[in-house]
Ligand binder design. Structure first.
Ligand code: GLN
Length: 480
């Protein structure tokens, strides 16, 4: 067996190696497990490693390959799974104390599909509690560290998944994205992260945060791997009424017209970091030099996106989290009355950020404020969606920085929730409007003597993921 650098392995490459007999799935699993054993203490990327299950799944793949069966499309996918996606029989806690000992009774649809395609699940990864956060510091099980600089955050809420892929502790991972939780950590950790079109991927078996915004998606080392996973997990699912049949043959032009939305902090404001901005324009110039048509465009209502998100998201979240009452799931603080059981279980089980957002959500939905906040936010959400409809009459793909800054320091924003919320400024509009968006790494900037990755976000019309993959694969060739 030749030396394999796990930090450089892609699904495609691992698949080729397995098919050519260079290495067995069992051997790869044991390499991953020993690397995790060595590195995870410092990173806190995995909350639990599925050693036995991973070996059993690997053996099945080796059997298939021995029989000459080449039909498994995902042999080579050694995957980490965010701790809010259900795997039958495994603990799934959403990184919350309230679900600490909760075991999933069924497989999420994405897990079922990946299993059938030959994926191996290495473990479950750390996240902000119930996916609320941008740094993975809101986990009840301690923060994850950024592999590029362990004094910095990996982003969030899928920080454990992004850090696992970036540090070679998994070939790919699943995350969930409600306002940027796949793309922002992907950007901070130098990986690819895709938030699919709303409805393209089933949410069955995803612990809900805000149901009209949530999507599951891949975090990978290459654009091609993101495409591979997406093509397996997409499609209508009878268990999720908001999922739809994925329309095939959606246009994809070789040289799409690329729009640069002027509102995305590119002129002034939003705390846009100069080095990130320079990298962004370097990427724009690469497209330009290769004959792509670049257009300055406007998404007029962008400035309201964050405010709208922080009304709609907590409203849906407070409703979704009402089910954790100390009776039906997880932690239960049995008390003298039923009401006290509810109250004490929730006081003990939820962390500070969850409590803050539950209260915000209950407030914006309350009788006196519903029209002023929730109903108004829904109207502005429609305007934001219309901006995208209009702009996609002119261009095929939009390009923005994924985040205004590179990864920030651990503890830097924990005392100031509003500044934490601002790191989602470029990612939330895609969730509000449902369009697909992908972050991909492009170059690095230096901070405190460390090189930190920069993320470029590509956004396309509904169900045009293929345009993201095509443009992404082109730009990827220039990433250093
Ligand atoms: N960081 C955003 C928030 O805290 C997004 C979260 C997410 O996408 N799950 O709401």
């Amino acid at each position: 067996m030749s030396v394999i650098n796990l930090g450089e392995l892609s699904i495609t490459r691992a698949g080729e190696m397995l098919h050519s007999g260079k290495v067995s799935a069992r051997e790869l699993v044991s390499m991953y497990l020993s690397e995790i054993e060595k590195e995870n203490k410092g990173l806190n990327s995995y909350l639990e490693v599925f050693s036995d299950g991973a070996f059993a799944e690997a053996e099945k793949i080796d059997d298939h390959l021995k029989r000459g069966d080449q039909s498994l499309p995902l042999s080579g996918a050694f995957i980490a799974v965010k701790d809010n996606i259900l795997i039958r029989g495994k603990t799934v806690s959403a990184s919350s104390k309230i679900l600490e000992n909760y075991k999933a009774s069924y497989d999420a649809t994405v897990i079922k599909k990946l299993k059938e395609a030959g994926a191996v699940f290495l473990g479950r990864t750390n996240m902000d509690e119930f996916a609320m956060g941008s740094s993975t510091e809101n986990s009840a099980y301690g923060p994850t560290k950024n592999p590029y600089d362990r004094e910095r955050v990996p982003g969030g809420s899928s920080g454990g998944s992004a850090a696992a892929v970036a540090s070679g502790l998994a070939v790919a991972a699943l995350g969930s994205d409600t306002g940027g939780s796949i793309r922002q950590p992907a950007a901070f950790c130098g990986t690819v992260g895709l938030k699919p079109t709303y409805g393209a991927v089933s949410r069955s078996g995803l612990i809900a945060m805000a149901s009209s915004l949530d999507q599951i998606g891949p975090i990978t080392r290459t654009v091609r791997d993101a495409e591979t996973i997406f093509n397996i997990i997409r499609g209508k699912d009878i268990l999720d009424a908001t999922s739809v049949e994925y329309p095939e043959n959606k246009i994809n032009k070789l040289s799409p017209i690329i729009g640069i939305p002027r509102e995305y902090g590119l002129q002034e404001g939003f705390g846009m970091d100069k080095d990130v901005k320079d990298k962004f324009y370097e990427a724009v110039n690469i497209f330009k030099e290769h004959g792509y048509n670049i257009k300055d465009v406007s998404l007029r209502h962008t400035e309201y996106a964050l405010a709208v998100y922080y009304i709609i998201m907590p409203a849906e979240l407070s409703s979704n989290l009402a089910r954790f009452d100390g009776v039906r799931y997880g932690l239960s603080e049995r008390s003298a009355t039923l009401l006290d059981t509810y109250i004490n279980s929730r006081i003990k089980g939820f962390g500070t950020e969850s409590k803050r957002r539950i209260m915000l959500g209950a407030h914006v939905l309350s009788a006196g404020y519903y029209d002023a906040y929730y109903a108004r936010a829904q109207k502005v959400r429609t305007l934001i969606k219309k901006d995208f409809e209009n702009v996609f009459r002119e261009v095929d793909v939009l390009m923005t920085p994924t985040t205004p800054t590179p990864a920030f320091k651990l503890g830097e924003k924990t005392g100031d929730p509003l500044s934490m919320y601002l790191s989602d400024i470029f990612t939330v509009p895609a969730n509000l409007s449902g369009v697909p968006a992908m972050s991909m790494p492009f170059g690095k900037v230096e901070r405190d003597g460390k090189k930190l990755p920069v993320g470029i976000q590509l956004i396309s019309p509904w169900f045009c993921e293929q345009s993201l993959f095509d443009a992404g694969k082109f730009l990827e060739k220039f990433n250093d």
